[in-house]
Design a protein around this ligand. Structure first.
Ligand code: FAD
Length: 305
């Protein structure tokens, strides 16, 4: 049995495992895919103190760092349930039927971007189709881009990008923008932002391995239009990997695990960190910080119980 069992091997999970193991307590880490979203990232320019790195390289460093400590790493294992055992231990059930026991659990299962599911999208991922304006905005300096989605994240992205890129076209499926009025007002008064409503994006267009535009259908007239852009930021939601926790602990209506400032969830002895939680601003450095918080929170819990 473990003192701390970390579920997830992204930046939050790796950070939790290192912080826990450094306390000299029995630490395990289970991950479906070690590295998490970082494995899918090309250039990373905002991981402070490292001016430039690439996803796979950072993942290798993460793993090397975790392996400096006595952490039992279990890769390619999927957790399907979490519950309180009769003996006061937490029980973590894997998809292969195995059950692991631990005094505390840190959930760091991350999230995934909701995709448009249109032709060209997966082909041009990281070749113009992007999901993170903070990360990839500067790549399109002086070029035209599109933002898909007119909710808070889409309109924030448009305002953010407008300061860097040449022009931003926002495409919203519905007939109104769902973003807060103050953001909508700001976007509407920004000269290089154009908002198109009732627009259904139907295809990502590319040439020579790079995005050159997109196609959309005007839902009022059924006409097809092409917008020439170098980048497309898809901002139609981030889905937390928390489906298996639905009946176990408190989640928001969007599926995020509710945590307090110490990383505690609604279940005693269970902590959470990173993109799967209610913590704002989903970033590598932010999730690593919350991983440290959750591990220290778990250690604090262990010495008091
Ligand atoms: P994740 O990285 O999502 O890791 C989750 C982990 O949990 C994985 O190991 C996964 O396999 C595992 N897992 C999930 N469910 C289960 C389960 N049921 N059982 C077992 N294991 C499970 N941020 C930046 O700061 N800079 C950037 O440049 C940047 N670029 C990005 C580019 C892309 C394309 C994407 C998708 C994201 C980018 N981000 C960037 C965001 C950043 O990657 C995330 O904020 C960060 O990875 C979140 O870390 P996490 O550990 O919370 O979750």
């Amino acid at each position: 049995a473990f003192d701390v069992l970390v579920v997830g091997g992204g930046p939050a999970g790796a950070s939790s495992a290192i912080y826990a193991a450094r306390k000299g307590i029995r630490t395990g880490l289970i991950a479906e895919r070690f590295g998490g979203q970082v494995s899918d990232t090309v250039g990373i320019e905002n991981f402070i103190s490292v001016p430039y790195t690439e996803g796979p390289k950072l993942v290798a460093h993460l793993e090397e760092h975790v392996k400096e400590y006595d952490v039992d790493i279990m890769k390619a294992q999927k957790v399907v349930a979490l519950r309180d055992g009769a003996d006061g231990m937490k029980e973590v059930e894997l998809s292969n039927g195995a059950v692991l026991k631990s005094k505390t659990v840190i959930l760091a299962t991350g999230a995934r971007w909701r995709e448009m599911n249109v032709p060209g999208e997966s082909e041009y991922k990281a070749k113009g189709v992007c999901f993170c304006p903070h990360c990839d905005g500067p790549l399109f300096k002086g070029k035209p881009v599109a933002v898909i989605g007119g909710g808070n994240s889409g309109i924030e992205a448009a305002i953010d990008l407008a300061g860097i890129v040449e022009h931003v076209t926002v495409l919203e499926f519905g007939d109104t923008l769902r973003a807060d009025a103050v953001l909508v007002k700001k976007a509407e008064s920004t000269a290089n932002i154009k908002i198109i409503k009732e627009a259904m994006t139907t295809e990502v267009l590319g040439e020579n391995g790079k995005v050159i535009g997109l196609k959309y259908t005007d839902r009022k007239t059924d006409e097809t239009h092409v917008v020439d852009v170098a980048g497309i930021f898809v901002q139609i939601g981030l889905v937390p990997n928390s489906e298996f926790l639905k009946d176990t602990l408190e989640l928001t209506n969007r599926g995020e695990i509710v945590v307090n400032s110490h990383g505690e969830t609604s279940m005693a002895g269970v902590f959470a960190a990173g993109d799967v939680t209610t913590a704002p601003y989903k970033q590598i450095i932010v999730s690593m910080g919350s991983g440290a918080t959750a591990a220290l929170g778990a250690f604090d819990y262990l010495i008091r119980n």
